[in-house]
Write a new protein. Sequence first.
Length: 376
Amino acid sequence: MNATTITVPQADPGAGYRAQKDEIDAAVARALASGWYILGKEGEAFEKEYAAWQGAARAIGCANGTDALTLAMRGLGIGPGSTVVTVSHTAVATVAAIEMVGATPLLLDIDPDTYTMDPDELAAVLEDPPPGLPPIRAVIPVHLYGQACDLAPMLAAAQRHGATVIEDCSQAHGATLGGAKVGNLGRIACYSLYPTKNLGALGDGGVLTTDDGALADAIGAIRQYGWKERYISADVGVNSRLDELQAAILRVKLTRLDANNARRAQIAAAYDAALAGGPFAPPVRRAGAGHVFHQYVLRVPDRAAVMARLRAEGVATAVHYPVPVHLQPAYRGRTPLGPAGCAETARAAGEVMSLPMFPELTDAQVERVCAALRAL
Ligand SMILES: *Cc1c(COP(=O)(O)O)cnc(C)c1O
């Protein structure tokens, strides 16, 4: 076959639309006909339905996942004069959000097997913070690729030192730890609803969940100019609203989120079997964690060559993420790191490779990827 013809894309947000086209078209028509386009009935219904699905008391919609993180921090009073700890092996949004509120990011290294924050390094920086930084007020663990962080020791360390845990669940809608959904374990959780996420809008969107009603009310006001009553800003706010069209679409897509996560797990199991006995180990699963496979990531030292071989078989791959945040031009040389110096992060960035992963992959496409993997 033609080496440049991709028969299995790495991601395909259009497939998610086509899979529920009639329902989504009807929801869009309903939202358009309503004559109300921002913060109305669809948004309220989505917030109720998402909170119920998550098992949280409250959900607050917003414009995107980056804003969800900034709104969480604003709601908690975290800004200039605060340090917020997260990882460098994440979407740049996690770090950008910390600077957007005027706080100082402190970036820690990852556990090389699961690519999530090293809890020992977190305990170390909380115990003995790097000199010259403002006090550590919050920790943002990122449940990367669909798998929960090793959260229990992190929660304990944060609590000992009075730091608030804000979960970044943008890649982990429905992931579990010890049987509990991630997002219900810290003080508040933030989710991107970008089209390729496990729950994706057909445009930008974000949502937060929390059991703290007062915090939810505060964030609900901050996302719209600090209004508690119309046109009167009780506090300084921003504009970060989820629109009615996206909310209507998300309500449809939420009905299929659990089934889609199950399909992702099925695809992951097929890849596991195809990799057995070969040179590349399947992703490490954390004991007690339910992985929702936002990405299926292999560690491949000779990555460029392997990506080219898969591409020659029509299989597209991607790299999440090729350059750690602290080494990107905007951040390099000025972003404080933990004592580990993000050494594992730098190594992972050179080796990680994501296989095709989205629920609408057909069995034939999955088999095509498996055949290509068996030939490696
Ligand atoms: C996608 C993502 C974000 C940002 O979400 P946007 O909706 O693009 O603003 C934040 N954190 C993580 C881990 C993400 O994957």
